[in-house]
Design a binder for this molecule. Structure first.
Ligand code: S3P
Ligand code: PEP
Length: 432
């Protein structure tokens, strides 16, 4: 017998729809969070205005725009995008930058404050105060940024801008988040001496996001170089008149994985032929799980069998896909293990603990290991799926709902971090 569902606040929950038909849908998802926020930031550091086209409009993207404005930038809406004006660095005074729970804003913008002449106070949600950032703050201080974090190594902290950052060579442990390294590389062209980063400690996660940083820097005219674990970005005058953002392939994950559980076909429009996004790995995952995948000029087409194989997956490079992949593997024909994602304990929430707790509460046999999850398929039942203010847990709940009646997803609006229209897009996909 299913356990009774705890009386949910129905205004603040969403019952994920059960799939009763084979899915047959064409889906579009909004722009990539990671590309949008890099493009906005590099545009702010550029010599002239940049039109960022098809950008993401979500909480994280708006936080980045507000941060750039607070730091002396300006933006305006244009047809199909946002025009970003260069940051003016010579005005002084005190301003605040709101971080929300956006890793990209928290890690990428403090260096910009050091380039200006303002005193900038950074703080955000309770959750961002717990997420790792100390190695980055130390590296920024080593490079000449006047930064006061009260010894916490976490927000709230203050940067006093002195009109520029010397830069130079620095050692960095980026094993807790690739965003520390990306932050130094993105700001590097604007440092007087550029930046050389020598990685120490473990291998950073999310390698595709590092490649994305290098790619965007080159598009804006910088000349980053990489030699194994050493990165060099010389000073450069950035500029790019216009840039079109790709659809977010991590946001696309639950949609393209759905046919594996429901049977039928989903076409994800605009899937790029070449990309640095980690979500592109989903194509090989789908094949490994026994699904049919084809990529052409119309996008990615996935035809599912409704049957999923168990798998052993090292997700170190694509960690942000873990919640939806874990939800999918609950329905596999055998046990699965996910490894390489210890750093997920420092994401929006401790994702490994959250997934183990929530999936087990619905009847699953899911345990968190030191660096991942062990999933043994077991019959799941309906119940409240708590989401810990984590957008990707809302998406994971949607995947569970495809097969399990009565998955009541708590606080679905938190998905607005990356896709405010997620629940209606999901319902539209499932409509016959
Ligand atoms: O640089 C980026 O845009 C991101 C890098 C990754 O962070 P971590 O390396 O901290 O996992 C990823 O999980 C996050 O969603 C976005
Ligand atoms: C880890 C994530 O976000 P952030 O950019 O806040 O790090 C994510 O989107 O899965």
């Amino acid at each position: 017998m299913p356990e009774p569902v705890a009386a949910p606040n129905t205004e603040n929950t969403w019952t994920a729809p059960l799939s009763v038909h084979r899915v047959d849908a064409v889906v579009r998802v909004p722009g990539s969070k990671s590309i949008t926020n890099r493009a906005y930031l590099l545009a702010g550091l550029s010599a002239g205005p940049t039109d960022v086209l098809a950008p993401l409009d979500s909480r994280d993207a708006r936080l980045m725009l507000s941060a750039l404005d607070a730091l002396g930038g300006a933006h305006e809406s244009i047809v199909d995008g946002v025009r970003i004006s260069p940051i003016v660095t010579d005005s002084d005074g005190e301003v605040a930058v709101a971080l929300g729970n956006a890793g990209t804003v928290a890690r990428f913008t403090p260096a910009l404050a050091g380039l200006g002449s303002r005193t900038v106070h950074f703080d955000g949600d309770e959750a961002i105060r717990r997420r790792p950032i100390a190695p980055l703050l130390r590296a920024l201080a080593d490079l000449g940024v006047d930064l006061d974090d009260g010894g916490r190594g976490a927000p709230p902290f203050t940067v006093r801008g002195h009109g520029g950052i010397p830069g130079g060579t620095v050692e960095l442990d980026s094993s807790a988040s690739s965003q520390f390294l990306s932050a130094l590389l993105l700001a590097g062209p604007s440092f007087a001496d550029g930046v050389t980063v020598r990685l120490v400690g473990g291998t950073p996660p999310s390698e595709p996001h590092i490649a994305m940083t290098l790619d965007l820097l080159r598009r804006f005219g910088a000349a980053p170089e990489r030699d194994g674990t050493e990165f060099h970005v010389p000073p450069a005058r950035l500029s790019l008149a216009g840039y079109t953002v790709e659809p977010d392939l991590s946001t696309a994950a639950p949609f393209v994985l759905a046919p594996a559980l429901t049977g039928g076909t989903v076409r994800l429009e605009g899937w790029p032929a070449e990309t640095t996004q980690p979500g592109d790995w989903l194509r090989s995952l789908l094949v490994e799980l026994g699904q049919e995948v084809s990529l052409d000029e119309h996008g990615l087409t996935v035809t599912g069998t409704g049957h999923v194989r168990g798998a052993e997956l090292d997700l170190h490079e694509v960690g942000e896909l873990t919640p939806v992949v874990a939800a999918l593997l609950c329905f596999a024909d055998g046990p699965s293990t996910i490894t390489g994602v210890a750093h997920l304990r420092g994401h929006e929430t401790d994702r490994l603990a959250a997934l183990a707790t929530e999936l087990s509460a619905l009847g699953g046999e899911v345990t968190d290991t030191e660096d991942g999850l062990r999933i043994t398929p077991a019959p799941l039942h309906g119940g409240v799926f708590h989401t810990y203010d984590d957008h990707r847990l809302v998406m994971a709940g949607a995947v569970l709902g495809l097969r399990v009646d009565g998955i009541v997803v708590e606080n679905p609006a938190t998905v607005g971090k990356t896709f405010p229209g997620f629940t209606s897009a999901w319902e539209t996909m499932l409509r016959p």
